[in-house]
Design a protein around this ligand. Structure first.
Ligand SMILES: [Zn+2]
Length: 356
């Protein structure tokens, strides 16, 4: 099975899961925490597979196999080929229940229904598994209902919660789960996986790995031509910000504010762009946007280092405001006008440049 690339770079978490499997003592409830796209759900599905895989039962009796400490071995533990594994992968195994937020929330009805299902005997004798994705989106009544179940878990059940961070869940829920952290994937691991398994070129993989913030799924979504075109458009807009009239700046703000889902990408691209120019002013070419070297060099001749530092800080500040759910349009207006002002001063390269 090709599980490795979806949980690439998670050695620590996978070793912990391997140890659990090898011990043969899988706890009633686990919490996988980490940012989106680092393999939490994929690992949860694989753990569910390992629990009921016929071949896994055979593997347990093979000392050589079970003594391996290679984290990649976790992906190979369930065979991925038997009837049970195939049905789990297809989401049609009768003993596996998955819950996902609907419209950004998990309500009590979902959790009550889950409690009812888990209280029933398993169809195939390996026990039941429930995976609650984005458990931090449970509302308070749902959280309390889940807590009750965790206090007295039904026999032979495995409950796996995934969440961005444990702090977003009730501490009483977290304390009843074995907590495994999934770290953001490192840039080199992400870049290698994109090149080896997903047909990225070296420069493209390096740019995408740097922009993806450690999230594998985010990196893959950037593979789409539409995303690259959109990113190129945004960079073009940023590079002519200082010479655009105010009504163009405000129109750009309006356009960006309409797509809330893309805002985190907007900020990552902005930060990468202005940081790259800053790096160029210091005479280095170790930049993220390697496909824009000539543009970066040209831009670095028109900006002073102190202006760029202020710009980067302004972008970070606007990002924080928007994450705190302030008015998106106002925050973007404020940011873009600030950048326009900063870039429009036609500063020549000033004395604060680093010596190459
Ligand atoms: Zn199997």
């Amino acid at each position: 099975m090709s599980g490795f690339e979806t949980i690439v770079g998670q050695n620590q978490a996978l070793r912990a899961l391997l140890r659990i499997l090898k011990s043969g003592r899988i706890p009633h409830s686990l919490l996988f925490s980490g940012i989106d796209g680092v393999g939490k759900r994929s690992a949860a599905v694989r753990l569910a597979m390992a629990r009921s895989c016929v071949c896994y039962a055979a593997q347990q009796r093979q000392p050589d196999r079970s003594s391996s400490d290679n984290p990649e071995a976790f992906s190979d533990y369930p065979c991925g080929q038997c009837n049970s594994c195939l049905r789990i992968a297809a989401g049609i195994h009768p003993d596996i229940t998955t819950i996902q937020p609907e419209a950004g929330v998990i309500k009590i009805g979902e959790i009550r229904n889950l409690c009812r299902i888990l209280s029933m005997k398993s169809f195939e004798g390996h026990g039941r598994v429930a995976i609650i994705s984005d458990a931090h989106l449970m509302n308070p009544p749902a959280s309390n209902a889940l807590l009750k179940m965790l206090e007295e878990p039904p026999e032979q059940t495995l409950l796996i919660l995934t969440a961005r961070q444990s702090a977003d869940l009730l501490p009483t829920i977290v304390s009843r789960c074995l907590h495994i952290r999934f770290n953001p994937v490192s840039r080199p691991a992400l870049s290698d996986a994109l090149i080896q398994h997903h047909g990225f070129g070296t420069d493209e993989a390096s740019t995408v790995a740097a922009l993806a913030g450690g999230s594998f799924s985010r990196a893959l979504s950037m593979k789409k031509a539409a995303w690259m075109n959109w990113r190129n458009w945004l960079i073009t807009e940023l590079s002519r910000l200082g010479s655009s009239p105010i009504h163009v700046i405000l129109a750009l703000s309006e356009k960006l504010s309409k797509n809330r889902d893309a805002l985190s990408d907007v900020f990552e691209i902005m930060l990468s762009w202005f940081r790259d120019i800053l790096i160029f002013t210091c005479g280095s070419t170790h930049v993220i946007n390697r496909d824009y070297l000539a543009h970066l060099e040209e831009a670095s001749r028109r900006c002073s280092r102190s202006d760029l530092i202020q710009i980067v800080n302004a972008v970070k500040s606007a990002q924080a405001h928007i994450e705190a759910r302030t008015n998106i349009r106002l925050s973007l207006d404020h940011l873009l006008l600030r950048l326009w002002q900063q870039l429009n001063m036609e500063n020549p390269r000033s004395a604060d440049h680093c010596e190459g």
